[in-house]
Write a protein that binds this ligand. Structure first.
Ligand code: NAD
Ligand code: DAU
Length: 340
């Protein structure tokens, strides 16, 4: 079994590589990642010299590179994590999310079809469903909820998700899609809520909470997402969509206060700032399909997961420091040359 994992130098992709190397050490893996600002070669340093693992520094949008890679490696399975993943950046620069998330995914789908891969798994997001009202806690996203996106990011992810499903329907490519809620855990880039708040609090800097902080996100520990993806690849049915989430809704302000409590820092560090444009109110996943059909259940509750995540950022402070100082770009550049 040979698996292509795109975007494997990022937060979830690198956790997935860790998870899979442990769970299926007999598979062969190629990680394709072009090391954007969000990629970090240190995230997968442990794997670089492992037999059965190879890093390829290239873009999913580079048709010639992708084609040559597929021709050479003859992948059985492709898992596409690669994306521009930050909503705020997509609001500032909508062109790049379309280029990477839509056109890059199309490039991979074309290659997967040409080289007849046995499974193409698209990592999508719950954001394709838009948002739910704050005053209707009885409502959840199911796989039948209509696509109704809000931001350039979620629109581009919906485009990729629907293209993947179109390749199943039109060409018979064995595609599966997962739509997961917000992940948290080690090695998340410090622009996303939890690692940003930890980094700011550790430095006694103001914590920027958008608006009143009443928006709700449904948090899932990253390894539980990895486990779901592995199950879908092994036992999921081509053409199917699987929602992934652990019924763990929190208001942003609650999450920020949890971070401050764990770090022993005062709530006075919280600074309410201008709201995000088009800010989605509430995400909440109904995971009953993946639970009933594939037996998936989250293993890490929020209290345990958030405590160990905060501890990881304290114990590995140099990981964030290197990003904030720009030092990580130097080792990424070296890796880009070595693994071109
Ligand atoms: P991330 O930003 O941490 O990592 C993205 C990775 O993709 C980086 O390593 C980056 O270098 C790479 N990349 C970007 N453009 C590329 C290109 N053109 N070619 C090759 N590699 C490229 O993102 P993440 O948070 O790990 O998210 C991974 C995937 O999961 C994304 O598709 C995202 O939409 C999806 N997702 C994320 C969450 C979440 O909470 N973080 C939840 C649901 C779904
Ligand atoms: O739901 C899945 C999605 O979750 C993924 O598809 C995205 O890739 C991922 O980035 C995440 O999107 P969000 O926009 O929900 O995540 P973010 O961490 O950017 O923000 C979480 C919430 O916190 C959101 O309501 C905005 C708020 N926020 C965020 C930042 C960065 C703040 O209040 N202040 C901040 O500085």
């Amino acid at each position: 079994m040979k698996m292509l994992i795109t975007g494997g130098a990022g937060f979830i992709g690198s956790a997935f590589i860790r998870y899979m190397l442990k769970k299926h050490p007999d598979y062969e893996y190629v990680c394709l990642d072009c090391l954007t600002y969000a990629g970090n070669i240190k995230n997968i340093e442990f794997a670089l010299n492992m037999p059965g693992f190879r890093f390829a520094c290239g873009s999913i949008s580079d048709k010639d590179y992708v084609d040559a890679l597929f021709e050479k490696e003859k992948f059985d399975v492709v898992v596409n994590f690669a994306a521009e993943s930050h909503v705020d950046r997509s609001i500032k620069n909508p062109d790049l999310v379309v280029e990477t998330n839509v056109m890059g995914t199309l490039t991979l789908l074309n290659a997967a079809r040409k080289y007849e891969v046995k499974r193409f798994h698209q990592i999508s997001t719950d954001e394709v469903y838009g948002d739910l009202p704050l005053d209707r806690p009885d409502l959840f996203f199911t796989e039948e909820t209509p696509i109704r996106t809000s931001s350039p990011y979620s629109s581009s992810k919906a485009g990729a998700d629907l293209l993947a499903l179109a390749f199943y329907r039109t060409y018979g490519l064995p595609v599966t899609v997962s739509r997961c809620s917000n992940n948290y855990g080690p090695r998340q880039f410090p622009e996303k809520l939890i690692p940003l708040m930890i980094a700011k609090a550790l430095r006694d800097e103001p914590l920027p909470v958008y608006g009143e902080g009443l928006n709700v996100r449904d948090w899932l520990y990253v390894d539980d997402h990895c486990k779901a993806v592995d199950l879908i690849i092994s036992n999921g049915k081509p053409g199917e969509i699987y929602n992934v989430g652990g019924h763990n809704e929190k208001q942003n302000i609650e999450v920020v206060k949890t971070v401050l409590d764990r770090l022993g820092k005062p709530y006075g560090l919280i600074e309410h700032v201008a709201d995000r444009a088009g800010h989605d109110l509430r995400y909440a996943i109904d995971p009953s399909k993946i639970s009933a059909q594939l037996g998936w259940e989250p293993e890490t509750d929020f209290e345990t997961g958030i405590a160990s995540t905060i501890d990881w950022y304290i114990e590995n402070r140099s990981w964030t420091d290197d990003i904030l100082s720009g030092e990580y770009l130097k080792y990424n550049e070296k890796a880009a040359e070595k693994y071109a």
